[in-house]
Design a protein around this ligand. Sequence first.
Ligand code: DQA
Length: 143
Amino acid sequence: MNIRVINGPNLNMLGIREPGIYGNTGYKALCDKIKKHAKEKGVKVKLLQSNHEGDLVSFIQKAYKKDDAIVINPGAYTHTSIAILDAAKAVGLPIVEVHISDVSKREDFRQVSYIRSACVKTITGHGTDGYLEAIDYLIETEK
Ligand code: DQA
């Protein structure tokens, strides 16, 4: 199984940005943690990050006919991007939306998720473990 793991804007700043909200794990450590988990579970992961909305659209599109599923944390674009929603719908793959923080308990502007309607599951507030849970969910549901 091939899973594409996509991170949006400012997630490259993990470990530096607001550690009280996002924790102390840096982006590279997150990637290493995901790769280790994927190896243990016998799945392949491709890890991508961009601060640009169009790149995220392209990353999603490139999963078409190449990957089996997507895990995505669109960062702040979660709350604004119809283009990312449309890309997610276009590829027709199982997608899990992940947020490190519990967005449901944060500002009003974080209560909207455009991509959610195109996702099979949303995991929020489980820290970086949420990415591993997303991978496990996709493996389980593929069976
Ligand atoms: C986030 C939550 C978003 O609201 C925020 O803009 C982020 C990170 C999270 O992982 O908790 O950049 O997606």
